[in-house]
Design a protein around this ligand. Structure first.
Ligand code: C2E
Ligand code: MG
Ligand code: MG
Ligand code: MG
Length: 283
């Protein structure tokens, strides 16, 4: 098997492994049972505002197999998409997000939670109805949820996508474009959509501030978002130089290892409880 062991004994799956049809089928079969087997969990990663205070959190799926090995989302999410499993997983993530929101809210930490929605999920004809049902069932104020979609959804069937965004916005849900700047879609769509937020892809943040091309893109996104009245989140902020650059050029929220790593809800609660302003000393 094209499986290698990392330093701490965690199995690493090489992307090349997926070209192996057998390996892919195994992964698909195992993923189909992972939810029932209790192998899936969600981590939350806090975002901070310009004052370094918590302003939201993104839910990120984790798959830890019974043998202790972990499969990264970049490997299993594409499998979940191509097999259709993402529809059931997506419902599960949304329901878990709503439960997590209540736990945080009861502990005195009210901020919106961001959920990744894959194109396959978004395109289900009954997607909006399912979302509405989960909101109703859990009683989370819809304005407390942000759906992150990728530019892949904007390439074809744009009219259908926009119509669906409006239906979600009518429920009160906020829409964010994830990995912004990495797709090939036209910018003219931005004004036709009920958008709330743009997330600057971490590849551009990685090049900031030392690389001229990276910073040019970051500055353009910040300026455009400001003109359009959109919130911006910079993802993958790892250094104080990046955080300072962002603070000097706009008012983006930040998500990255410099401030908070993705972690289970209990750990996040402990972090918020123990030192809500701990991130102030990070930069
Ligand atoms: P994403 O939505 O763009 O999520 C941000 C990714 O950046 C996460 O990777 C997060 O752990 C990582 N990250 C955060 N801060 C830093 C940093 O400072 N440096 C670096 N290098 N990385 C950072 P993760 O958790 O591995 O997830 C990868 C992708 O898998 C996500 O990218 C998203 O596209 C997908 N994904 C994860 N959970 C879900 C889910 O529940 N549903 C769907 N449809 N996709 C998901
Ligand atoms: Mg995301
Ligand atoms: Mg992203
Ligand atoms: Mg990404």
């Amino acid at each position: 098997h094209a499986k290698s062991r990392g330093r701490n004994g965690v199995a690493l799956f090489e992307p090349g492994m997926l070209s192996d049809a057998e390996g892919r089928l195994t992964l698909e079969r195992d993923l189909g049972q992972a939810l029932d087997n209790g192998e899936l969990s969600l981590h939350l990663q806090l975002q901070v505002d310009g004052a370094r205070m918590p302003s939201g959190a993104e839910l990120l799926m984790r798959w830890r197999r019974k043998d202790g090995s972990s499969v990264p989302p970049d490997v299993f999410i594409p499998v979940a998409e191509s097999s259709g499993l993402i529809v059931a997983l997506g419902d599960w993530v949304l329901r878990e997000a709503c439960l997590a929101w209540h736990v945080l809210d009861r502990a005195g930490h009210r901020f919106p939670l961001s959920v990744n929605v894959s194109p396959m999920q978004f395109r289900q004809h009954d997607f909006v109805t399912r979302v509405e049902a989960i909101l109703h069932e859990t009683g989370v104020p819809p304005g407390q949820l942000i759906f992150e979609i990728t530019e892949g959804l904007l390439i074809d069937r744009l009219d259908q996508t926009i119509e669906r965004m409006h239906a979600l916005a009518a429920l009160g849900i906020r829409i964010s474009i994830d990995d912004f700047g990495t797709g090939y879609s036209s910018l003219s769509y931005l004004t036709r959509m009920p958008l709330y937020e743009l997330k600057i892809d971490k590849s551009f943040i990685r090049d900031t501030p030392h690389d001229k091309n990276g910073t040019a893109i970051v500055q353009s996104i910040l300026a455009m978002a400001s003109h359009l009245g959109l919130r911006v989140v910079a993802e993958g902020v790892e250094t104080s130089a990046q955080a300072e650059y962002l603070a000097a050029h706009g008012n983006a929220c930040m998500q990255g290892y410099l401030f908070h790593r993705p972690m289970p809800l209990e750990a996040l609660l402990a972090e918020l409880q123990a030192a809500p302003q701990a991130s102030l000393s990070a930069a």
